[in-house]
Design a protein around this ligand. Structure first.
Ligand SMILES: *Cc1c(COP(=O)(O)O)cnc(C)c1O
Length: 399
């Protein structure tokens, strides 16, 4: 039905001419543009012989940028989330509710602390957890909720905050894919009790690797530093220390913080571009029968770490995997999303089958979803060509 479908020739996967040839595919996130000040900051730090407190400077800049009182830099977000659970003493016999559609990093801490991971189902349109689904699985043993702003899309937080307060449960936001995303007038990561971020190379704020926990709660910030930086030790007389508990070495690095200081200020403008480009692609995909671009309610922002769309498989002659192979052959490097379903891809989990069974919306949302890492570097032609590629494959495989 879209005009672009008319010019669809034979699919590249069947020997036709690709929309974007192998020498000029749709660009990936790498190579990334690194803010020029990163080099100066790193040089200053090295010239100082490691006497500049880049971590402290980055923590203060990060807290200011997000509008929170405290920011604690950590080795990565996997460890940041783990540090939060360890800091509040989550352990055996406790339950932690987490979004079932996410990265391993969201849940590692639950498993290592020996607590039980509990997965509510999601809103089938967004793939995000909701208060309605959390309410079905919350128990007196629930100690924390990890709400993941998956893809870059903020969960509907007001009802989740209300539910967490009612049950006196710590509300953690996993903001790895959604830094500076908004929910009404508020910023993701500042709505619950604590927000955790990743600076992994492919994430919005890349410092190669790293993480941050932000909170307004001074006691929580101190407890995170104690367990994750001080390794559970207190200073003692004459510069010695006493290890009171089993702590962790989840410290960030000054070199990476030097890069982060330069990268951070650029993110809001990069997000503005990311969102605008994604909206343009979504408007085009909306026109293609059987293709559903991401659903974004008007009060939340979606800052697109990933772009994703759903395929109505009954409209086409092929399954989602074959559809994805054809997209790749045309020059759009993308993949399936199913492995983001934790009990699906984490084969070490006990009761995996039963948990999968209890998540029909999550399975449906992911089973026909295509995704790829998004970037602000796309040109107008890249957006046009992405839409042309999807239209060409849809046209060729339409029932
Ligand atoms: C990337 C990511 C993590 C893990 O972050 P690291 O810094 O790589 O440990 C956790 N949760 C989500 C949603 C992520 O996207």
């Amino acid at each position: 039905m879209a005009i672009t479908e008319v010019r669809s020739g034979e699919l590249a996967i069947h020997g036709g001419e690709p929309v974007r040839g192998a020498d000029d595919p749709i660009p990936l996130v790498f190579p990334r543009a690194i803010a020029p000040a990163a080099k100066e900051n790193v040089a200053r730090l090295l010239d100082s012989g490691f006497t500049l407190d880049m971590i402290g400077e980055y923590e203060r800049a990060f807290a200011r940028a997000m509008g929170t009182k405290h920011a604690v830099a950590l080795s990565n977000c996997t460890d940041a989330l783990h540090a939060v659970l360890a800091a509040v003493g989550v352990g055996p016999g406790d339950e932690v509710i987490a979004s079932p559609i996410t990265d391993y990093g969201s849940v590692k801490g639950i498993f290592v602390q020996g607590a039980k991971a509990v997965f509510p189902d999601v809103d089938v349109r967004t793939g995000l957890i909701t208060a309605k689904e959390i309410a079905k699985v919350i128990t007196p043993r629930t100690k924390a909720i990890i709400a993941v702003h998956m893809y870059g899309h903020v969960c509907d937080m007001d009802p989740i905050v209300e539910l967490a307060r009612k049950h006196d449960v710590l509300l953690i936001e996993d903001v790895c894919q959604a830094p500076f995303a908004t929910y009404g007038t508020r910023t993701a990561g500042t709505i619950g009790d604590v927000g955790c971020y990743s600076f992994e190379a492919e994430k919005h704020i890349s410092t190669d690797h790293g993480g941050m926990a932000i909170t307004d709660d001074g006691d929580l910030a101190r407890a995170i530093r104690y367990i994750a930086h001080d390794r559970g030790a207190r200073p003692a007389e004459r510069g010695t220390r006493v290890h009171e508990t089993i702590g962790h070495a989840f410290r960030y690095g000054h070199l990476e913080a030097a890069v982060g200081l330069a990268q951070l200020p650029a993110v809001p403008e990069q997000n503005r571009k990311r969102v605008e480009l994604a909206k343009r692609l979504s408007a085009k995909l909306e026109e293609i029968d059987g293709i559903t671009p991401p659903f974004v309610p008007s009060n939340t922002s979606h800052v697109h770490w990933l772009y994703h769309f759903r395929i109505a498989t009954e409209a086409f002659r092929v399954d989602t995997g074959e559809f994805i192979d054809a997209l790749n052959a045309e020059g759009l490097r993308c993949g399936p999303a199913m492995y983001y379903l934790i009990p699906y891809s984490h084969t070490f989990m006990e009761d995996r089958e039963a948990i999968l069974e209890s998540l029909p919306n999550a399975r449906e949302h992911l089973s026909n979803t295509v995704r790829w890492p998004w970037t602000d570097k796309y040109s107008d032609a890249d957006i046009e060509d992405m839409a042309a590629i999807v239209a060409k494959v849809a046209g060729a495989y339409r029932n």
